[in-house]
Design a binder for this molecule. Structure first.
Ligand SMILES: [Zn+2]
Length: 371
């Protein structure tokens, strides 16, 4: 087992939730402290409040990964007898780094919105507000017939050739490859200075941009030739759609029954409901955090009910008049990411052979209570 530093842990984390998925202008990444130190304990938090920092100090944490960035507006000063100044002072004095993963964690596959959709038991889940489409490349490689099957398998195993739910997709044509090995070569077939003709196969497949490097290096490793002939073409087709919020189906029930289900699933005592409690609902849109500006996406997608936090009075009126039911369980339901992200990161660190403790913050940071 390896004792990782902060950089190594964040590298793994960003494979799951890359910074490139964040909305423009979002304050993400390392906010306070440094990553070039050994990390024994990581704490996952929704908010970085002063009591959360005290918890981190008490539990000997070196890295906090938080959903809400503690520094959202640029600081003009750091005065240590103000709350914010004192918080930064405490973090730095105790060598605790804070890394924020905000909208990139909302968008990420398996991130906040997927965790919410899972908890609500949504089926046939789609993205509610598309914000990002992965780019694709076409990869073409020429390989001796004898090695074609093995190379196709390797390409598929590292993630090339995904179309929808089908993996290992490729197309092959046979032909003749010709080459003349030069001096100082060590050819797999043929000899220096003599033109050689070999029965080869042209294998073509598609690769998401983010996997291209990995796929090419696996391909070169698995290919028998010293110099591998391959082409990479840019494609106009777009790959997977990622974005904010999710929409999916549930077994039919009334809005009132569903509101009860939301309370249990998202672990809250109260929800605010807009709409007739007796209407039937089957299609549900959910967006973690403040989703006021996306209610029309929910309507457009044909959702019967839209679940989001911080719903304004006038947004509720607008949606009500358009016949869209709404449930507001509060912004704090994003607390689901604490356990969710702990599990994901534990698995990644385990696979990487990292010796590190990862746990969710136990502090309840919901500022609201109901009397
Ligand atoms: Zn939020």
């Amino acid at each position: 087992m390896k004792k990782p530093n902060g950089h190594e842990i964040i590298q793994l984390f960003e494979k799951f939730s890359p910074k490139s998925l964040a909305m423009e202008g979002d304050k993400i990444g390392l906010q306070i402290g440094r990553l070039n130190q050994k990390v024994k304990r990581v704490m996952i938090a929704l908010d970085v409040l002063e009591n959360v920092i005290d918890e981190a100090i008490e539990k000997d944490v070196q890295l906090i990964i938080a959903h809400h960035p503690p520094i959202f507006r640029p600081l003009k000063n750091i005065i240590t007898d103000t709350v914010q100044g004192r918080m930064i002072e405490k973090l730095i004095k105790h060598d605790i780094a804070v890394y924020a993963a905000h909208t990139n964690l909302d968008v990420a596959k398996g991130g906040v919105n997927d965790l919410l959709a899972d908890a609500l038991g949504l089926k046939e889940v789609e993205v509610l507000v598309p914000t990002f489409e992965t780019g694709l490349k076409k990869l073409v490689v020429f390989v001796p017939e004898t090695h074609a099957d093995e190379l196709r398998r390797v390409l598929g195993d590292v993630g090339a050739g995904y179309i929808g739910n089908y993996s290992h997709c490729s197309f092959s044509t046979s032909g003749t490859g010709r080459f003349m090995p030069g001096e100082n070569t060590n050819p797999y077939i043929g000899s220096a200075g003599k033109i050689e003709a070999v029965d080869e196969v042209r294998i073509e497949t598609i690769v998401p941009d983010k996997l291209l490097k990995k796929v090419i290096s696996a391909m070169i490793k698995a290919h028998p030739y010293e110099e591998v002939a391959y082409d990479v073409y840019p494609l106009e087709n777009k790959g997977e759609v990622l974005g904010l919020g999710r929409v999916g189906k549930i077994d039919e029930m009334t809005l009132g029954e569903f509101a009860e289900k939301v309370k249990t699933a998202l672990d809250v005592n109260h929800v605010r409901v807009v709409g007739d409690l007796n209407t039937k609902v089957t299609k549900v849109a959910v967006l973690g955090g403040d989703g006021n500006k996306y209610w029309q996406h929910a309507k457009f997608k044909g959702a019967d009910v839209y679940i989001t936090g911080d719903i304004y009075y006038h947004t509720a009126h607008d949606a009500m008049m358009e016949g869209l039911n709404m449930i507001d369980p509060g912004h704090n339901v994003e607390k689901i990411m604490k356990k969710g992200l702990t599990n994901i990161l534990l698995k990644l660190c385990d696979e990487a052979g990292y010796e590190v403790e990862i746990f969710p913050s136990e502090i309840n940071t919901d500022p609201f209570q109901f009397k």
